[in-house]
Write a protein that binds this ligand. Structure first.
Ligand SMILES: Nc1nc2c(c(=O)[nH]1)N[C@H]1C(S)=C(S)[C@@H](COP(=O)(O)O)O[C@H]1N2
Ligand SMILES: [Mo]
Length: 372
């Protein structure tokens, strides 16, 4: 029997998106959690979600240059004078690795509408806009020292080489976002490898930022330039997008930076389970702030809770895998819930205050199953 049709993204995503592994939304593709059971702590590169504002560009690494400039540098203070780094030169700099999640700030967005009856604009992600990979590249601080950063630099604006992002007739220019210098010099990588191989086109080839613990948009793909400044920089991705706007949020709420907290079951929504038969419920929980301290699971719609067993690594800015044994009793529809608490004490709430663009859905998601 033929399966569901393989989505055609019109070339905007380069890799195959088999429907058993991905749900495809326009230029984006999320990981299907029910298929994550064969994945280790890291998500295979070919299984990793893709979030493109426009389309994956095809970049020739031999001709690619990273351009670095700005008044926060000792030389190359204007764009015309930019210092350029080739792919080979980048790869010759001292390198480092990090295990980190990329989490789209809109991950879980569809649950604003499905669970709280007030929908939000944007890609209707379920919970698959997240993945953990092992990244390798040059610490951004090493790149900045190499080109000569001034001690009074405060901001680094990273710009991608994808086509400009146009929405509702407004051209916002190329995807770009500033990083404060403290985070740039702390643990941010200019990554050129993902899971031990060169970045594939969809994930930023030849080089991208990886900003551990921060929302995905900070990790600019297809890195083309870095503007280093002694005054704070902005872009539409900090002034318009990636702010909690509307609802109860103050008009001047700052851009979101660190990643939210969440949990997912490695099970289809509406999965069929047999009454009286033992099953192991498995899932993963994440927080941008810290490792996961505990995960409570309810198999009765939230009336009673049990602690899941955490197993395997539990890296900060990544995720923790967990499991719980369960023997469903009476036939019928049941809602499973998983609620994570991180090492800072942050816990997933029952509801998430609405915001216009539907960012940061961290409330506990109700996961229906059919016991038969
Ligand atoms: N240049 C560029 N960088 C980008 C994006 C983009 O569209 N263009 N999308 C961002 C967003 S919103 C996310 S969530 C992550 C997704 O990374 P991935 O596609 O490798 O999973 O990349 C970020 N970096
Ligand atoms: Mo994102």
């Amino acid at each position: 029997m033929p399966g569901p049709p393989v989505p055609d993204t019109g070339g905007r995503i380069a890799k195959p998106l088999p429907p058993e592994h991905f749900t495809h939304h326009d230029t984006n593709a999320e990981m299907r959690w029910e298929a994550a059971g064969d994945q280790g702590y890291l998500v295979d590169t070919e299984r990793f979600f893709v979030r493109n504002h426009t389309a994956t560009p095809r970049i020739d690494a031999d001709r690619w240059r990273l351009r670095v400039w700005g008044d926060g540098l000792r030389c190359a203070r204007t764009e015309d004078e930019a210092v350029t780094l080739s792919y080979a030169a980048l790869r010759r700099l001292p390198s480092a690795s990090a295990t980190a999640a990329l989490t789209c700030a809109g991950n879980g967005r569809s649950f604003f509408g499905r669970q709280q009856s007030q929908g939000a604009e944007g890609t209707p992600w379920e919970l698959g806009g997240i993945g953990v990979a092992r990244w390798h590249g040059v610490p951004l601080g090493t790149v900045l020292e190499h080109v000569g950063v001034r001690p009074d630099a405060v901001s680094v604006l990273a710009t991608g080489l994808d086509e400009p992002f146009v929405e509702d007739g407004v051209d916002h220019g190329p995807v770009r976002r500033p990083l404060p210098m403290e985070k740039a010099l702390d643990d941010t990588l200019v990554a050129y490898e993902m899971n031990g191989a060169p970045l594939p086109p969809d994930h930023g080839f030849p080089a991208r930022l990886v900003v551990p613990g921060w929302i995905g948009i900070a990790s600019i793909k297809w890195l083309g330039s870095l503007q280093v400044s002694t005054t704070p920089l902005d872009s539409p991705w900090t002034t318009t997008f990636y702010r909690l706007q509307g609802g109860e949020h103050p008009a001047d709420s700052p851009p979101i930076t660190t990643g939210g907290i969440g949990s997912a079951f490695q099970l289809a929504r509406g999965a069929r389970l047999r009454a009286g038969e033992r099953v192991v419920l498995r899932g993963r929980s994440w927080s941008g702030l810290a490792p996961i301290r505990s995960v409570a699971v309810s198999t009765d719609g939230g009336d009673t809770w049990s602690d899941a067993r955490l197993n395997g690594p539990n890296e900060p800015g990544a995720w923790a895998c967990w499991e719980l044994d369960w023997r469903p009793q009476a036939p019928g529809r049941v809602e499973l819930l998983a609620r994570a608490t991180d090492e800072t004490g942050r816990t997933q709430p029952a509801t998430e205050p609405w915001n216009r663009y539907g960012y940061y859905f961290s409330a506990v998601v109700r996961h229906p199953v059919e016991v038969g």
